[in-house]
Ligand binder design. Sequence first.
Ligand SMILES: Cc1cc2nc3c(=O)[nH]c(=O)nc-3n(C[C@H](O)[C@H](O)[C@H](O)COP(=O)(O)OP(=O)(O)OC[C@H]3O[C@@H](n4cnc5c(N)ncnc54)[C@H](O)[C@@H]3O)c2cc1C
Length: 364
Amino acid sequence: MTAIKFDTVVLGAGIVGVCVAVHLQQRDRQVALVDRKPPGNETSFGNAGLIQREGVYPYAFPRGLGALLRYARNQSLDVRYHADALFHAAPFLWRYWRNSDRAKHAEIARSYSTLIEHCVSEHRTLAAAAGASALLRPTGWIKVFRNNAAQDAELRLAEQWHREYGVEFESLDAARLQQAEPDLDKALRGGLRYTQADSVSDPNALVTAYAEYFESLGGRFFTGDANTLRNGWEVTTDAGTINASSVVVALGPWSGVLSSRLGYHLPLGVKRGYHMHYAPRGCAPQSSGARRRKGLSARADGARHPPDDRRRDCVARCAKNADATCRRRTDCTLALSTRQTPRRSTVDGRTALHAGHDARDRAR
Ligand SMILES: Cc1cc2nc3c(=O)[nH]c(=O)nc-3n(C[C@H](O)[C@H](O)[C@H](O)COP(=O)(O)OP(=O)(O)OC[C@H]3O[C@@H](n4cnc5c(N)ncnc54)[C@H](O)[C@@H]3O)c2cc1C
């Protein structure tokens, strides 16, 4: 059987692959998008849906003694590690540590922020073209605090980001927070609203809308296994063999598997995140109910390692401030690059949501 010919094949139909595919198709490339699942059903399904305009600094390896001791005890909610994975993860963590040094982090932010500054405007443009603007809410997002020290620390950071990169924010005391979000726990001390961010009411629906837009431009989606990629380039799909002169690897946490087979050893680590959907009482932050996501556990083989039910239950217990009942529990993985430079457009399109920052936006 003869192969179906394209200019480019994009492997992986998460938010990154779909955005890259749309942009290439808009630029008159004939593009095939390949995934083993329908678009947006892995990491791009299980996220909090924040388009974090304020995320000008990628999340750094914590360097404060207090945080390190807390993580070393392996009891904290936001990060857990498997002791048996530390040996394999050590080189990755060492590079992550070195690149999180204050001066290097600031240098990285200077490049990274040039991508981040476009995240909201690019998504709004794409969503409008895809007829999906209703999925974006231009309300910013609020980080809430249970103690004053955590709020003061975040306020200092927000002031720094404002000075350096013009990030806008609004500080809320307990009364103003209650006024803005009457359904939140009354014990919260206050909040910080990042006003320039958008949030997505249903991240999977957004990826699906972008994928449909891609097809309306003439692009084609195929179900297939990226690991069948062979030189040339050729990929086997349910509809037959695809042939293209260029290939984009956008396999999220699975990217390392294929790229190392091709001889590229990217400094890519994988961590697992857990999230739950809650049936809302009061106001509903996401269309499918409130989402609570917390608890990243690092493993060298995180994408392959099965989820930990105890960890998931622990996250659920800690959702006590959400005025909601748990409706659905699932988990997902995301990739994190130790290099912490903006990822190349062949992997991460400019419009793509960025990985590796999500522990920063936890409620403290
Ligand atoms: C709990 C959690 C919350 C998050 N919250 C936010 C947030 O609020 N804001 C934000 O910006 N980011 C957030 N993130 C990060 C964000 O979700 C990811 O950066 C983003 O979804 C990554 O998209 P991706 O396309 O790279 O990967 P994915 O969405 O994982 O896409 C990879 C695709 O590759 C496919 N694939 C894998 N292997 C194969 C194969 N062999 N053959 C064919 N297809 C294959 C998969 O099926 C998948 O569709 C969060 C992440 C987590 C885990």
